[in-house]
Design a protein around this ligand. Structure first.
Ligand SMILES: [Fe+2]
Length: 404
C-alpha cells in the first residue's frame, strides 16, 4: 500500500557536497523550530550564521494580520567547537496564541531568510498527530530522503479530513560524534528539508542520544549552557502529555524522582500520556538499559500509554507489558530508530517481540501517532511511503487513568 508522497523524493537527492557548503556572511541558515516549553503559547526559533554578526532578529506576524512584531534573538554565541566557524541564534517566542499560524522571517545584519510559518499547538481538545523517529547519524542520503518525506507527510496531513501532524519528536542520535560541529552542521542543513514547499516549519521535540554527548546538543537545541538533564514534559494538546527523558545522564535519582512526580500529576488530567527517550528498556536487538529497573515500574504504576524508544535501528512494537508478562493493560514500547541509519535484525525470539502481540522489522521508517478521543492510531511509514504496521491503542479505563 503506497500511502504518501512520492513527489517529494526528488528533494532528498541533494548531494552531500551541495549541503556542506555554507555562505560566508551573515545569511541566516539552518533554521529549526524547537518545542521544549508550552507549545500552545511558546516556541524557540533558532538559526545559524557563519560570522558573529551584530543584529539577529525575527519578524513575526499572525497569518490574518499585517501587523509585524520584531523580536531580538535573546541568545547568540559561537558554537563551542573549533570548526566550522558557526554561530547560533535563539529567539524564544512567548505570549503566542494557541492553534495560530505565525509567519516568520529571520534576519541577521539585514540578510533575511525566506518567509516561513509555523502553527502553535491547540488549546482545545482536538485530534492531532505527531511523528516519532530516531537515529539519523548515518545513511545521510537516506536521512535527507526521510526528511523530505516528513515534509510531504505534514503537507498531506493538513488536507481536509486528515489529522494535522503538529510536531516531530526525535528520540536521539542525530549525528555520529556529538562533539563534531561539522556533523551537526550537516544535520541542521538536512533538517531544513523538513520545511514543506509552502514554508511550514515542523516543530522538533529533541531527546539526547548516546552519540549526542557534549555541549553542542545544548547549543543546537537552545537548552541552557552546561545542561546535563535535558528532560522535560509538554502538552501537545490539553489531553496529550508528552515526556522527554534522557538515557544519557543519571537514570536513577533526580530524573526518576522528577519522572514519578510528573506521571503522578499528569496521569489523572490527560487522556494520553507518552514518553520518548533514546536507549530502550525493552530492546529488540541490544540488552536493556538501566531504565528497565528505574522507569518501567513507574510507567506501569501510572499506566503510561506508549513509550517511544530509539537506538536499536529497527522497527519495533512490543506486546503490552506488565510485570514482565504480556498483559492487555500493560505498556507498549515502540521504536527503535530509522531516520537514515542502517537497520539491524530484531531478535524475534524475545518473548515481548513475538507475533501476534508484537511486530518488528528492518527498514528506514518513521512512526505516525494520531490521537483522538477513543484511541491512538499507530502507523509505521517506510521510506517511499509504504505502510508497514498499523495498530490502535484504545483509551485506558477511568480507573487506570486515576492512578495516583
Ligand atoms: Fe544510540
Amino acid at each position: 500500500m503506497l500511502l504518501f508522497f512520492v513527489g517529494a523524493m526528488m528533494l532528498g537527492s541533494t548531494s552531500a557536497a551541495e549541503v556542506a557548503v555554507l555562505p560566508e556572511d551573515s545569511q541566516p541558515i539552518q533554521w529549526r523550530l524547537i518545542w521544549t516549553t508550552d507549545p500552545s503559547t511558546s516556541a524557540t526559533l533558532s538559526w545559524n550564521t557563519t560570522d558573529a554578526g551584530k543584529r539577529h532578529r525575527v519578524h513575526l506576524r499572525e497569518a490574518d494580520s499585517s501587523e509585524e512584531i520584531i523580536l531580538e534573538a535573546q541568545r547568540n554565541g559561537k558554537y563551542s567547537a573549533k570548526s566550522p566557524e558557526l554561530y547560533y541564534h535563539h529567539a524564544h517566542l512567548v505570549g503566542l496564541e494557541p492553534a495560530t499560524q505565525y509567519h516568520v522571517t529571520i534576519e541577521s545584519d539585514g540578510k533575511r531568510s525566506p518567509e516561513m510559518y509555523f502553527v502553535t499547538a491547540p488549546a482545545a481538545d482536538v485530534p492531532i498527530s505527531i511523528l516519532f523517529g530516531a537515529d539519523s547519524r548515518s545513511g545521510l542520503s537516506e536521512r535527507r530522503q526521510m526528511n523530505a518525506m516528513l515534509a510531504s507527510m505534514v503537507l498531506e496531513s493538513y488536507q481536509p479530513g486528515r489529522v494535522p501532524i503538529i510536531a516531530f519528536a526525535h528520540g536521539g542520535d542525530y549525528i555520529r560524534t556529538g562533539t563534531r560541529l561539522d556533523e551537526w552542521s550537516r544535520w541542521m542543513t538536512d533538517h531544513e528539508l523538513t520545511v514543506g514547499p509552502e514554508g511550514r516549519l515542523l516543530p522538533i521535540i529533541p531527546a539526547r542520544g548516546n552519540h549526542d554527548l557534549g555541549e553542542l546538543f545544548n547549543e543546537v537545541f537552545a537548552f541552557p549552557a552546561k545542561e546535563r538533564t535535558n528532560y522535560y514534559a509538554i502538552n501537545l494538546s490539553p489531553q496529550v502529555r508528552f515526556l522527554t527523558l534522557n538515557t544519557e545522564t543519571s537514570i536513577a535519582g533526580d530524573q526518576t524522582t522528577w519522572l514519578e512526580a510528573e506521571l503522578k500529576a499528569s496521569r489523572p488530567n490527560h487522556r494520553w500520556l507518552l514518553a520518548q527517550y533514546h536507549k530502550p528498556a525493552f530492546p529488540a536487538v541490544k540488552p536493556p538499559w538501566m531504565n528497565l529497573t528505574h522507569w518501567v515500574p513507574l510507567f506501569e504504576k501510572y499506566n503510561l500509554d506508549l513509550a517511544c524508544e530509539g537506538d536499536g535501528h529497527n522497527i519495533k512494537r512490543t506486546a503490552p507489558i506488565r510485570n514482565f508478562k504480556i498483559d492487555p493493560t500493560g505498556v507498549v514500547y515502540i521504536g527503535e530508530g530509522g531516520l537514515g541509519v542502517g537497520q539491524r535484525t530484531p531478535k524475534t525470539d524475545r518473548w515481548y517481540l513475538r507475533p501476534p502481540h508484537a511486530k518488528t522489522g528492518s527498514a528506514h521508517h518513521v512512526q505516525l501517532l494520531t490521537f483522538d478521543e477513543e484511541k491512538i492510531t499507530y502507523r509505521v511509514v517506510l521510506l517511499g511511503g509504504k505502510l508497514f504496521d498499523e495498530h490502535q491503542f484504545l483509551v485506558r479505563s477511568p480507573e487506570q487513568r486515576q492512578t495516583q
